[in-house]
Design a protein around this ligand. Structure first.
Ligand SMILES: Cc1cc2nc3c(=O)[nH]c(=O)nc-3n(C[C@H](O)[C@H](O)[C@H](O)COP(=O)(O)OP(=O)(O)OC[C@H]3O[C@@H](n4cnc5c(N)ncnc54)[C@H](O)[C@@H]3O)c2cc1C
Ligand code: SF4
Length: 720
């Protein structure tokens, strides 16, 4: 055999395999179909789509594949998807490993490999822009939007594989010896970072691999694999020489990406028939990772779409749809104007290049810093039951069931609209989604299911292909289902584990580990906190809630005179279950209160007990606020309901008798405030259900109205 191992592809899986196998002193050849993209070489000619942008035009950077029922986007080059990815390093919550994964894979068993990957990729959350001292406007806007939806703990700043430094103009060696500038917040990460500030694989794992002696062959596209005595012969097209060549290795590690690897294996099984014993499950378990793309336009304040790394925040939505839990992520996205080219490329009617030029020209003058625009990148746990197959031209196509995922897509679309509303903007979805309901994925996963049974799985849990010893799958194809989070961290951690196991077996050394392991300091996992907070919020809001606004005005009488009182309250019932389980039936209250010269529109918070069990009062308010002089005050009041007097009902339920006093002090005032007749109308109109589906929102509102009416009537008869 010419080599101990041949690695195909240099994305996250391939790069890990190349580095670790070489560090274990094996002879390794790496075949990558794309070219090297050194600092400063990424395409920027937005007038010509054929100038390095697309794989199909001169083997450019982006490979956009129409997989029939889904569009898949990936990159080609030395570094694979890392060249264009949005740098997010995210770990999925533990329960993701309960479905589809073999039992040996859990968040805990993968933890050391995630930490190792985080160390190699040198991840950390976004810092303020050293030029301005501020975070990008999008970061705060997203945080505020999610806060505004009553989910203040739902947004975090995720770890990013980007070099943030105090002086970005200084060229420094990273921990692997590759030179990098610091990030200057150019927002072009998804177009390839021409400053070399993004920690793409060529600057870490692949640097390590080349330093350890791998033979790198770029522009070499693998076309076939066949078993030979002692290993495999790999056939490839050397694009630079225009020749077909072969190379042999006792092991082959496939890292051509979920679509690329599955397609290679399907062709080897069904077209060339060189690997006929491949499992019938080949192609199964394909997932688009619930990817959903939306744009928020015309926001009230500028969002600087071309400032900052592509993604700076992750927000978690965790909700119940028809009694089923559903969670997904929403991330803010930059929108460098050149990206418009690629978005135009997703339009099915894009073929005439002139049409694309038209789009390009439209966008050439913008968006710029100051524009009121943001992309929203959403992902979640889709059904992961797509099937990759070959079409009549022996190219990959996917069977994808839109209907099985419609709840997820609908919830994502609603969440996009909710974020847009909070930002006083409008949502725009991609034309392919609006007209064809065709999902676009940049996170394609699966195709070679993992498991012990060759009838239902292509690879075992160490990535080795059933029936073909020494042939491994090490990339996104091996991930057995949607991670719901950005998947590169999981692909890298899984690859680290697979390659470590294979090296240990090969060297007969149970203790072999990556040389960097002793230096690893476990990284923070910001997304865990948001996941946990949102899961708690969902449990607390089981049964969905309502909110409404009310205004009460009147007077308070103090020993030294009278004061006008104005209460403007926002009342919220977070979830029906906790509300009914609480015998006091408490709702949370926030808003403002004015009490003469004592407090002017002071923030007020507290609770409203609504028809508390076994209590004669209809409503009891317990509120607190800070007076203008900084002292704490309390306002406590009740609405009493007289029995047997329907004519008094309106007045009783709209009149609050209260006492107001400093928490420490003697000055006691008392009085009444009322909701005016138009105020009752506004209150009714402000009543909103809180849930992710319209049906659930209407149901929550009706249930609350029913509770109110029933208890008011019971109060009349004295039976409450
Ligand atoms: C715009 C964009 C943004 C993204 N943002 C994020 C993010 O923020 N965080 C995240 O976790 N993930 C992100 N992703 C997804 C991430 O890039 C992929 O999940 C990841 O790159 C997949 O890794 P992989 O090892 O499976 O394969 P890839 O990274 O796709 O690498 C496959 C490599 O194999 C090569 N190849 C393919 N076929 C052949 C062949 N026949 N012969 C030789 N070489 C071949 C390809 O050229 C490529 O270099 C993003 C993706 C895109 C497109
Ligand atoms: S924001 Fe700009 S400088 Fe920073 S990593 Fe992205 S492209 Fe590079």
């Amino acid at each position: 055999m010419e080599y101990d191992a041949v690695v195909v592809g240099t994305g996250f899986g391939g790069a890990v395999a190349a580095a670790r196998l070489a560090q274990a002193d094996l002879r390794v050849a790496v075949l990558e179909r794309g070219r090297r993209w050194p600092r400063g070489s990424f395409p920027r000619n937005d007038a010509d789509l054929k100038d390095g942008w697309l794989w199909r035009f001169g083997r450019g950077l982006y490979d956009v594949r129409w997989l029939d029922q889904m569009i898949s986007v990936q990159a080609a080059g030395w570094g694979g998807g890392s060249l264009v990815y949005a740098n997010v390093f995210a770990r999925p919550p533990a329960d993701v490993f309960d479905d589809h994964w073999p039992s040996s894979y859990t968040r805990d068993t993968l933890a050391p490999y995630y930490d190792l990957a985080a160390h190699m990729l040198e991840v950390r959350p976004v810092t303020p822009d050293p030029a301005t001292g501020h975070y990008p406007s999008r970061t705060a806007a997203m945080q505020l939007a999610v806060d505004g939806m009553g989910r203040p703990a739902g947004t975090v700043r995720p770890n990013l594989a980007v070099r943030f430094t105090d002086d970005p103009e200084v060229l420094e060696k990273n921990r692997h010896g590759a030179e990098q500038f610091g990030c200057t917040f150019l927002a072009e990460c998804v177009l390839g970072c021409n400053r070399g500030a993004k920690n793409s694989l060529d600057l870490n794992y692949l640097t390590v691999a080349e330093n350890a002696g791998v033979e790198a062959r770029t522009g070499c596209e693998v076309t076939g694999i066949e078993p030979v005595e002692g290993g495999y012969r790999v056939r490839y097209l050397d694009h630079e020489q225009g020749e077909s060549r072969t190379v042999t290795g006792s092991q082959v590690w496939l890292g051509a990406g979920a679509v690329g690897t599955t397609e290679l294996l399907l062709r080897a099984r069904d077209v060339a028939r060189t690997l006929p014993r491949l499992s019938p499950a080949l192609g199964n378990g394909f997932s688009g990772n619930g990817d959903f793309l939306a744009f928020v336009r015309r926001t009230k304040t500028p969002l600087d779409p071309d400032h900052g790394p592509t993604i700076t925040t992750t927000s978690i939505v965790d909700c119940e749809i028809d009694g089923r839990r559903l969670w997904f992520q929403v991330q803010d996205g930059s929108y460098p104007r050149r990206l418009a080219l690629l978005v135009a490329g997703l339009n099915p009617a894009h073929a005439p290049v002139e049409a694309i030029r038209g789009w390009t020209n439209r966008f050439r003058s913008g968006p710029r810093r100051g524009d009121n625009l943001m992309t929203l990148l959403l992902m979640g746990r889709d059904s992961s039951d797509g099937r990759l197959k070959l079409d009549h031209k022996a190219e990959a196509a996917v069977d994808w069931k839109y209907l099985a995922n419609k709840d997820l897509y609908a919830a994502q679309s609603r969440a996009s609209r909710a974020v847009a509303r909070q930002l006083s903007g409008r949502t725009r979805l991609t034309p392919t989604w609006r007209f064809l309901k065709q999902a676009v994925t940049v996170h394609n996963l699966g195709g070679t299911p993992m498991g012990a049974d060759p009838a239902t799985a292509v690879i075992d849990e160490d990535g080795e292909v059933h029936g073909y010893p020494g042939l491994f799958v090490v990339d996104g194809a091996a991930v057995p289902g949607a991670t719901g989070t950005n998947p590169s961290a999981t692909i890298t951690a899984m690859a680290e584990r697979m390659v470590e196991h294979a090296i240990r077996r090969r060297l007969g050394d149970e203790n072999w580990h990556a040389p960097e392991l002793p230096d690893v300091v476990p990284a923070d996992v910001p997304e865990d906190a948001a996941m946990l907070a949102m899961a708690r919020a969902r449990v607390q809001t089981v049964g969905h809630g309502v909110r409404f606004q009310e205004r009460m005005t009147g007077r308070a009488h103090f020993p030294d005179g009278n004061a006008v009182v104005d209460l403007r309250l926002s009342v919220r019932l977070a979830g029906w279950k906790p509300f009914t389980e609480d015998s006091r039936h408490r709702l949370t209250v926030s808003g403002t209160v004015t009490v003469g010269a004592i407090a002017t529109a002071a923030e007020v918070t507290g609770t409203l007990a609504l028809f508390p069990d076994g209590d004669a009062v209809a409503m009891q308010y317990d509120l607190g606020f800070l007076a203008d002089d900084g002292r704490e005050w309390g306002l406590r009041g009740v609405k009493n309901q007289r029995t047997g007097n329907p004519l008094a009902l309106w007045g009783d339920l709209t009149t609050l008798s209260f006492e107001v006093h400093p928490v420490e002090g003697e000055r006691l005032g008392s009085g009444t405030v009322r909701i005016s007749t138009p105020g009752v109308l506004s209150l009714g109109l402000s009543l909103r259900g809180e849930a992710y589906s319209r049906r659930d929102r209407l149901a929550a509102r009706a249930r609350f109205a029913g509770f109110f009416a029933t208890n008011a009537l019971r109060g009349l008869t004295g039976r409450r």
